[in-house]
Ligand binder design. Structure first.
Ligand code: AMP
Length: 579
């Protein structure tokens, strides 16, 4: 039997260890978690702490806790830990020993060799320091590989042919983007750029600032905030940030945060994703500029890239995938856990060196996109059935995602929620797999927020819930087998289409669909016209009413041209009234 070689991602914030077992890569648990915080400390009684306990004591005892040691690798700085001083290699070795121990516990045998990943920009001195750290921990580092290379291996190990891959890696405290060229057996980082002081911690800091401003606002000016309360605020900020990756709002609540003039002070603040995205936008834009620099370094255009891979926990922020897709015109891939794919790639490389066959990493993902429809702009025109994807194709399941929608007119009492499967921007071109109504909404001006949540589990059961934010009134639907449902629906559509073909009715049906779409658009126009009635002058009101009646008549009829004309006339008048 060949000797076991483990793969290690020795990160700035967290570290992971993985190995190929029976042909499949497994990221191992250390203290019940797949991620070990890269923090080392001394406890109350001088005992060595590695991982979560060390991270937890950082705010209270920074003098005996060391984090982000990776930033010091290759330097000859000494790091104080209590009374003693250590080299960065020694501190890193403490982390590596924990990872090695976890692997030995899982395998039930000693482990002596490892593949360790480092950032593409690491110098020779930094790479050598990493090898030394391994040696101190009792690990022979059989190969050092670049982190983006490891990520590319995880995604592409089974792929044939040449590929150009952009790896976007945003972690807790570092950012880098690399262009990787894969050809036959070689994987090479062609260009890399980044900022090793940019990451999720900066996003947390923005939320902390927002919380502090809110507290100052509520309690009259600058506050003297005790260190323990600051630590709680920081943690609450990170949790809110993580919630905002899947939901449109996050409530930040901390009871009894601290005391001021003998009175307990509580924190309660709601943050919307929209507000949050505005706060972090400059950071995200900076990363996009780095992409252009990396592409330039590789002498490539965005259109040369075949795949965009997301690495690092912060890439779960939806704004990032959205902006990348806008800029690169490619949907970034994130089906492999972005925190773990570098370690997994190191394990794949380790398996290759050890001569062990591996099929890579297996995960459960949804093969289809699920979403709903809403009134929005489609090709610059307001359209009531724009598809809004909530759970996108290739998302790891189980998954839960929420979005906020708004009522479109004053005192709107009901909303119809339609559940679609498909990729088209026009929901009507997708497959309707369910629908329900939420009725009895409170009387409110247009813009009353309704939160819709999609939950898809491993068995393909899709639960969709819509809730009026203000009152909690909700309704939901469970679609038992969303995957099959789609197949059934698709089968039905296909059958119907073939049937029509034989009856020679296809063209007519295509027209019917067009007409139907016109009717839906017409309804939206009429709703809009009605809302303008109150503010319009008497003459305009008469015109509006007449054009609405014309349109209603056209909608009831079969004449497409008449319908189009009636819509054009009414939308012209609305345009004139609104401008
Ligand atoms: P890494 O260094 O790759 O482990 O990434 C850690 C960073 O990812 C931290 O700043 C986390 O707060 C952040 N993070 C983890 N999960 C999420 C999430 N769901 N949404 C946004 N950021 C996240």
């Amino acid at each position: 039997m060949s000797e076991k070689i483990i793969g290690i991602d020795l990160g700035t914030t967290n570290s992971e260890v993985a190995i190929s077992i029976d042909g499949e890569v497994e990221v191992l648990k250390v203290d019940d978690h797949e991620q070990l915080p890269s923090v080392v400390g001394l406890g109350e009684n001088g005992e060595l702490l590695v991982g979560t306990p060390a991270r937890n004591q950082y705010v209270l005892y920074p003098e005996r806790t060391i984090r982000s040691v990776k930033r010091e690798m290759g330097s000859d700085r000494k790091l104080a830990l209590g009374e003693q001083e250590y080299t960065p290699q020694e501190i890193s070795a403490m982390i590596l020993r924990r990872l090695k121990g976890a692997a030995e516990a899982r395998l039930g045998e000693p482990v002596g060799k490892a593949v360790i990943t480092v950032p593409a920009y690491f110098s020779d001195a930094q790479r050598q320091a990493t090898r030394d750290a391994g040696a101190i921990a009792g690990l022979e580092v059989v190969r050092i590989i670049n982190e983006p290379t490891a990520a590319a291996l995880t995604y592409e190990s089974g792929h044939q042919g040449a590929r150009k891959i952009l790896v976007y890696d945003l972690g807790g405290g570092t950012f880098d983007v690399s262009v990787v060229n894969m050809e036959d057996e070689t994987v090479e980082v062609v260009a890399s750029h980044g900022n090793n002081r940019l990451g999720g911690d900066d996003f947390d800091e923005k939320i902390v600032e927002r919380i502090l401003a809110h507290l100052a606002d509520q309690h009259g000016g600058e506050l003297e905030i005790p260190i323990r309360a600051r630590a709680r605020i920081r943690r609450a900020a990170e949790q809110a940030k993580i919630r905002l990756s899947d939901a449109p709002f996050a409530l930040i609540e901390e009871e009894h945060l601290f005391e001021k003039d003998g009175a307990a002070l509580h924190l309660s603040l709601e943050l919307s994703r929209e507000e949050y995205e505005e706060m972090i936008e400059p950071f995200v834009e900076e990363t996009l500029e780095a992409i252009h620099i990396a592409l330039k370094g590789a002498a490539m255009a965005a259109s040369d890239i075949d795949e965009v891979l997301l690495v690092g926990g912060s890439t779960r922020t939806p704004l990032i995938a959205r902006r990348l897709e806008e800029v690169l015109k490619l949907q970034p891939r994130s089906e492999l856990n972005p925190d773990l794919c570098v370690a997994a790639g190191a394990a794949i490389q380790a398996a290759v060196i050890a001569g062990v066959k591996t099929s890579g990493v297996l995960v459960d993902i949804t093969p289809y996109t699920f979403g709903t429809s809403a009134l929005s702009l489609l090709d610059g025109v307001e359209y009531p059935e724009v598809f809004v994807p909530l759970i996108r194709k290739n998302t790891v399941i189980p998954a839960t995602k929420s979005e906020v929608f708004f009522t479109v007119y004053d005192d709107q009492e009901a909303v119809e929620v339609k559940v679609y499967q498909g990729e088209a921007r026009d929901a009507m071109e997708n497959t309707l797999i369910g629908a329900f109504k939420i009725e009895g909404l409170s009387k409110a001006p247009a813009g009353n927020p309704i939160i819709t949540t999609f939950s898809l589990n491993l068995d393909g059961i899709l639960n969709v819930t819509s809730r009026e934010k203000k009152t909690g009134l909700e309704n939901s639907i469970t679609i038992d087998n969303a995957f099959d449902r789609f197949d059934e629906a698709r089968m039905e559509t296909a059958k119907a289409r073939i049937g029509q073909l034989f009856e020679g009715e296809l063209a007519e049906d295509g027209e019917a669909l067009e007409h139907n779409r016109g009717v839906v658009q017409g309804k939206a126009l009429i709703e809009k016209a009605r809302r303008l009635l109150d503010s319009a002058s008497e003459d305009d009101r008469e015109d509006l009413i007449e054009l609405v009646e014309n349109l209603e008549e056209a909608m009831a009829g079969e004449d497409d041209q008449a319908l189009e004309d009636a819509m054009a006339e009414l939308s012209d008048l609305i345009y004139y009234l609104e401008s």
